[in-house]
Design a protein around this ligand. Structure first.
Ligand code: NA7
Length: 547
């Protein structure tokens, strides 16, 4: 029977982006399990299915923003640019879905609304908004970390007579800005990509800024074919390096502190990183940047000088200069002509601190600081309820009816960011308290998928029916996550890493910033498995294996 006719599975995967697609391939084709995927969208791609706003592209270099588990795929696929655009990444994922014949086992257009554990059968029941109800031994969430839109409850939002779009729910046939007065709310990584594109098309653009961003040039462009050839010849080395690296990139901190350098020496290094573009300035800078405010100030000062040198109007430059948080403690936006865009005559910056914050949306536009800005289109680029939002939205109930959304009100509690005490046989790919959004995502996704696959294989070999994190191991992991990050400057910013972008959300650092990065985290997970899944408890009652 077709996937949608079956009602019992070994594993249900939620989401068909990078994570869910590889998870399906692994469990179905390596372990021969009976698996289905529920996907809310009408196609594969996850993030790259939904985020179709102008300028949407990846901020990781294309040669490492891809699957690395298939050597032939690495050789055969050719990216057109250093950072591919949304439609190219979506084409890549479509290609992978065909290549591994994934679509027959993905049920599209079905949003999971309930995931309930039954204490007697030790099986999960998964329900969708389309009325499906299936049972399964394992549930694997592949819902992404940035997939639940943050739509701030602006007063009067519904009264606007023009068109209003959240960047992550963009119309598939695009939006025509020609001759329109457009407002963009937000200046995070998304808005920084969209603003220069919209400004080129619109008659007039008003940018509503709450907090200015430290942007660094992406330096996108075609990749030298020689470089591509050399990389293809060295993919074994590249895989090894990114898997063992701090952030999943071929980037490493400079092995010295900025405080140990002369002004001339560091200026040269800064110029080199600025010219290189991409995340080098953020993730391959002096190693004291995230630890010492004094060091951070020196590095931030370079970027502040850049803003002043690019933006012609000193008043606008001042508004665009970050002052309230250390550099690097919020996600690094990469730009193409972002600051330059504020030199255009048709672009106006409305800064919350100096011009007043948004008071309401009116039928004709946005009112901020007592003034109404008339608009035809509003683009809401206010980001996501990061990491916990997508999991809380699934209606997960574990042992004894305990509710995940409720238990996580004061912040997430997990073991290794991949499992949760009280929720047996539930795995969370790139969940909170794993490196996740603090890494090049495909690297962390592959690591989780492979670890989960091996864990399930281990259970089948040993006729084990449930695996569950112990509360002790979970508490120890939570304490470790907090301890490591508390030694850095990361907790001093009102960032979405801290849950600070959502009203009422607990302020807790959400991803895991391990002392040895994703490489160290990978070793830790491998060690847990080697020590017979230390910190987990297994059982062998409940319904036995059928596969
Ligand atoms: P971000 O990085 O969360 O940026 C959202 C922006 O919207 C940011 O400038 C916010 O200001 C602003 N914002 C959020 N809520 C409001 C309200 N209520 N009023 C005014 N302005 C607001 O989301 P992005 O989509 O840009 O990026 C998310 C990630 O997706 C990105 O880092 C990549 O990993 C991919 P704030 O700074 O909170 O003061």
């Amino acid at each position: 029977p077709g996937a949608s006719a079956k009602t019992h599975f070994d594993a249900v995967i939620i989401g068909a982006g990078f994570s869910g697609m590889y998870m399906l391939h692994s469990l179905r084709d390596k372990l021969d399990l009976n698996v289905t995927v529920f996907e809310a969208g009408d196609g594969v791609g996850g993030t790259w299915y939904w985020n179709r706003y102008p300028g949407a592209r990846c901020d990781s270099d294309s040669y490492i923003y891809c699957y690395t588990f298939d050597k032939n795929l690495l050789q055969e696929w050719n990216w057109s640019e250093r950072y591919p655009e949304q439609d190219e990444i979506l084409r890549y994922l479509e290609h992978c879905a065909e290549r591994f014949d994934l679509k027959p086992d993905i049920q599209f257009g079905k949003r999971v609304v309930e995931v309930i554990f039954d204490d007697n059968s030790e099986l999960w029941t998964v329900r969708t908004d389309k009325g499906d109800s299936v049972t399964t031994r394992f549930v694997i969430t592949a819902v992404g970390a940035l997939s639940t839109a943050n739509m701030p409850p602006f007063k009067g939002l519904g009264s606007f007579k023009g068109k209003c779009y959240h960047t992550s729910q963009w119309p598939h046939d695009g939006v025509d800005f020609t001759a329109k007065r457009v407002g963009v709310i937000g200046t995070g990584a998304t808005a920084v990509q969209a603003i220069p594109e919209i400004a080129q098309q619109a008659k007039h653009l008003t940018v509503f800024q709450r907090t200015p961003a430290f942007c660094v040039p992406a330096r996108n462009g075609r990749v030298d074919p020689e470089v591509t050839r050399a990389r293809k010849a060295d993919y074994d080395g590249i895989r090894q390096r990114i898997k063992g690296s701090f952030f999943g990139f071929e980037l490493n901190f400079l092995p010295k502190g900025v405080l140990d350098t002369t002004p001339e020496e560091r200026e040269q290094e800064f110029d080199r990183m600025w010219d290189a573009g991409g995340f080098a300035f953020w993730l391959a800078n002096y190693q004291d940047m995230f630890f010492s405010k004094e060091a951070n100030d020196i590095i931030a000062d370079y970027l502040k000088r850049k803003i002043r040198s690019i933006v012609n109007d000193p008043v606008a430059a001042e508004k665009l200069t970050p002052k309230t948080y250390p550099y690097g403690t919020k996600r690094q936006p990469l730009d193409t002509n972002y600051f330059e865009t504020f030199n255009k005559k048709n672009v106006l910056l409305v800064d919350a601190a100096t011009d007043g914050s948004i008071e309401e949306i009116t039928p004709n536009g946005v009112r901020a600081g007592g003034k109404e800005y008339p608009l035809d289109i509003i683009v809401i680029a206010t980001g996501f309820d990061a990491l916990t939002g997508p999991l809380k939205a699934l209606g997960i109930k574990g042992r004894g009816g305990r509710m995940l959304a409720q238990e996580w009100e004061a912040g997430p509690q997990t073991y290794l960011g991949v499992a949760i005490a009280g929720y047996p046989n539930l795995f969370t790919i790139t969940g909170p308290q794993s490196p996740s959004v603090l890494s090049n995502m495909p690297v962390s996704i592959e690591q989780h998928v492979e670890w989960i696959t091996e864990c399930i294989a281990h259970m089948r070999r040993n006729k084990l029916t449930t695996i569950e994190a112990t509360p002790e191991a979970q508490d120890a992991w939570g304490a470790h996550v907090a301890e490591v990050v508390n030694a850095t400057l990361m907790t001093s910013a009102n960032s979405w890493y801290m849950g600070a972008n959502i009203d009422g959300k607990a302020h807790r650092f959400l991803p895991y910033l391990g002392p040895e990065g994703v490489g160290g985290y990978r070793r830790k997970c491998a060690e847990v498995a080697e020590k017979d899944y230390e910190g987990f408890a297994f059982s062998s009652h409940g319904q036995g294996w059928t596969a």
